[in-house]
Design a protein around this ligand. Structure first.
Ligand SMILES: [Zn+2]
Length: 252
């Protein structure tokens, strides 16, 4: 059966002599994998349409009960050249794509998540601060997948604290300082500013979010909280996030 879909290329690796195995996040069917036969030889059919970060229209051929689609050809919708040739931007973009690859279920449509990734990649290709975009993406993307941390009331006593709170990555929520029993482990503290910023990002659309100017301290608090949160969801650290810490150590 032939079909076509708009998709963001998540990864593309060589397979055999001339083929490519491509993972892509599509608008109408979520995460999928496909094989592009002869992709390394046929520039006419594929061009740069299978490069990571590119948004392409993929022409697919699928058989029932076959896990991998066949990608017959591509038309480029939007290329992101500045991401690929800038180390900071490509390192940040790699974290976004790894989050999508690890968290979005195969074959499950999530149009808002597709539109979010496509919008954020468009901004990452411009002049917006890459680490700021990563924080925004994490907050909105996890929420669209149903993993939104609850930071508006204490998990234990239910109150809405006015000051600092302690984030619990394992529970995806927080405790007020009165309910926290110290275990000697380092705690992830979130200031009222960080919690406020988090809820602004959840509620606002992208154009308005980009006008916010959070302090570096807020960015860092949310970085620690979301690293802990994704670690507990996935049971592992993202490889690309470890690399990003080397590339952009100031933000961490
Ligand atoms: Zn409490």
């Amino acid at each position: 059966m032939k079909s076509k879909t708009e998709a963001i290329i998540i990864s593309s690796m060589n397979l055999g002599e001339a083929d490519k195995l491509v993972t892509f996040f599509s608008l109408d069917r979520g995460m999928l994998k496909g094989v592009a036969r002869n992709a390394r030889k046929s520039f006419r059919r594929f061009g740069a349409g299978l490069e990571t970060f590119t948004i392409s229209r993929l022409h697919l051929f699928e058989r029932e009960h076959q896990e991998l689609a066949r990608i017959e050809s591509t038309d480029i919708i939007e290329q992101h050249a500045s991401i690929c040739c800038d180390l900071d931007r490509s390192a940040v973009g790699a974290v976004m794509l790894e989050l999508v690859r690890e968290m979005a279920p195969l074959g499950e449509r999530n149009a808002p998540a597709f539109l979010l990734l496509s919008h954020v990649l468009h901004l990452l290709d411009g002049r917006e601060d890459p680490l700021f975009l990563l924080r925004i993406f994490e907050i909105k993307f996890l929420s669209l997948l149903g993993y939104q941390p609850k930071l508006d009331h204490c998990l234990s006593c239910g109150i809405r604290p006015k000051g600092e709170v302690i984030f619990l990555g394992m529970k995806g929520g927080m405790l007020c300082p009165d309910c926290m029993v110290s275990s000697g482990e380092p705690q992830i503290r979130l200031s009222q500013g960080a919690v406020g910023f988090y809820y602004h990002v959840l509620r606002m659309d992208m154009d308005k979010v980009c006008r916010l100017k959070p302090s570096p301290a807020i960015m860092q608090e949310l970085d620690l909280a979301f690293s802990a949160h994704t670690f507990h969801i996935l049971g592992k650290r993202l490889k690309s996030a470890e690399f990003l810490k080397i590339v952009l150590p100031l933000g961490h």
